[in-house]
Design a binder for this molecule. Structure first.
Ligand SMILES: C[S@@+](CC[C@H](N)C(=O)[O-])C[C@H]1O[C@@H](n2cnc3c(N)ncnc32)[C@H](O)[C@@H]1O
Length: 319
């Protein structure tokens, strides 16, 4: 049963994550995506006085909540930054018994119009998880070339009208800067043909895919995921667990391929014989875990969530 955090974010696959991490009372765990601390709180409850919980988030508001709610607990350390940097944090580089990456955005980020993540709420077109650094969505849309915008919408949003939307953005910005979420959502709706009633296209807002693609691009989410998985593998101790929750097929593919690449020898083919020296460094714990009906009924965000868990093997690869 998942539990709501004080700010209304329901941690997805709560029980499955805690089971997957197999928390030990004296272990050292890192939650790379603190959010509002739903999963972190569950880990902390299972830790004894010698256990440690390290939390990270790119979002300064999430870090503020971590400091407020957990800052007084001597077992907790807090770091503002991307989980891609976990190897540069001494507390993590010393060895971890578990790493959790619960990817994407939190409900408070989506709900607050001022963050600019939501096409349903008018706000500044920002979309940065860390508004203190990097380029906002408005800044990127003001300078990117038409082809670059179309490529992002296509590759990160699978938006089949990517070229038409990119052209409309470039034409519109020549007359008026695009600075608001509602302005962009309306522009997209004006150029995307309506889906047939009852079809997926008919059901979802025409701006959904483009907003998702721009957000993933602005926050370099896939690059961070690649780097974060590598860093987690380095930081985990033998027997340590990695748990990744994805909300998007591109993320899940990265997590799945990462685990497979480190768990199984690549299949032989005519050009590439089986790597003779392949030594597995991970063991997959189960396959893809999805939320059950009860959870998806109470938390629609859980519908697209996929959890994958792996265990780091001792040097030499033996389980
Ligand atoms: C789905 S929420 C996590 C929710 C959290 N598990 C909970 O129960 O409250 C995702 C969080 O991860 C953060 N985030 C996303 N990518 C990140 C990254 N590369 N490094 C650090 N934090 C990241 C977001 O800012 C957001 O707060």
């Amino acid at each position: 049963m998942e539990r709501a955090t004080t700010s209304g974010h329901l941690p997805v696959l709560y029980r499955e994550v805690l089971d997957g991490l197999a928390v030990r009372a004296a272990g050292r765990y890192l939650d790379g995506t603190f959010g509002r601390g739903g999963h972190a709180r569950g880990v902390l409850e299972q830790l004894g006085p010698d256990g440690r919980l390290l939390v990270m988030d790119k979002d300064p508001e999430a870090i503020e909540v971590a400091r407020r709610d957990f800052g007084g607990d001597p077992r907790v350390s807090i770091f503002h930054g991307s989980f891609a940097q976990m190897g540069q944090w001494d507390a993590a580089a010393g060895g971890l018994d578990g790493v959790l990456l619960d990817l994407g955005v939190s409900s408070p980020q989506l709900d607050e119009a001022g963050r600019g993540f939501s096409f349903g709420k008018d706000g500044p077109l920002d979309m940065r998880m860390d508004p203190t650094s990097g380029e906002s969505a408005a800044e990127w849309l003001a300078r990117a070339g038409e082809q670059e915008i179309a490529d992002v919408l296509w590759t990160l949003g699978e938006e089949r009208h990517s070229r038409r939307i990119a052209r409309a953005i470039v034409e519109r910005r020549a007359a008026t800067p695009l600075t608001g979420t509602a302005q962009l959502a309306e522009l997209i709706a004006s150029v995307v043909p309506r889906g047939k009633p009852g079809s997926d296209r008919g059901r979802i807002n025409p701006a959904t895919r483009s907003f998702q693609a721009i957000r993933i691009h602005i926050n370099r989410e896939l690059d961070d995921l690649h780097a974060g998985l590598e860093a987690a593998l380095q930081c985990l101790k033998p027997g340590g667990r990695l748990a990744v929750i994805s909300f998007h097929s591109l993320e899940d593919r990265i997590a799945k391929q990462f685990i497979n690449r480190h768990a199984k020898a690549p299949p032989a083919n005519r050009r590439m014989p089986v790597e003779p020296d392949f030594v597995p460094v991970l063991r997959a714990i189960g396959g893809a875990t999805r939320a059950g009906d009860e959870e998806t009924a109470s938390n629609p965000r859980a519908r697209s969530a996929v959890l994958r868990v792996a265990e780091k093997l001792p040097a030499g690869g033996a389980a």
